[in-house]
Design a protein around this ligand. Sequence first.
Ligand SMILES: [Zn+2]
Length: 101
Amino acid sequence: MTETLEEKGPSPTDIDNCVPILIGEDQAGWLCRSAPMIEVDRTFHRQSWCFYCRHTTHHSMVLRNTIEPNYWGPSISIRCDECNNVDADLFPGRAREWDGL
Ligand SMILES: [Zn+2]
């Protein structure tokens, strides 16, 4: 059974950021672009070395969200308070594992 675009599409609030796409003859999907995000909250995380600033700085846990409801939900990142780079406290090439904050 094949779903129609209306059955599996994004919510009405997302419709401006999404376009329907066809995948093969009987499959359809949605392609959604990201929306502008703003900083909602910033909480001190820890003081550590920033690999961009090249000295010890404050790092904060930053919560960002879209201005209006969107397919893309809120995101959390660790940012340097001086240069605002994400994961600036990690050695270059390393990724943060969120389970072990
Ligand atoms: Zn920095």
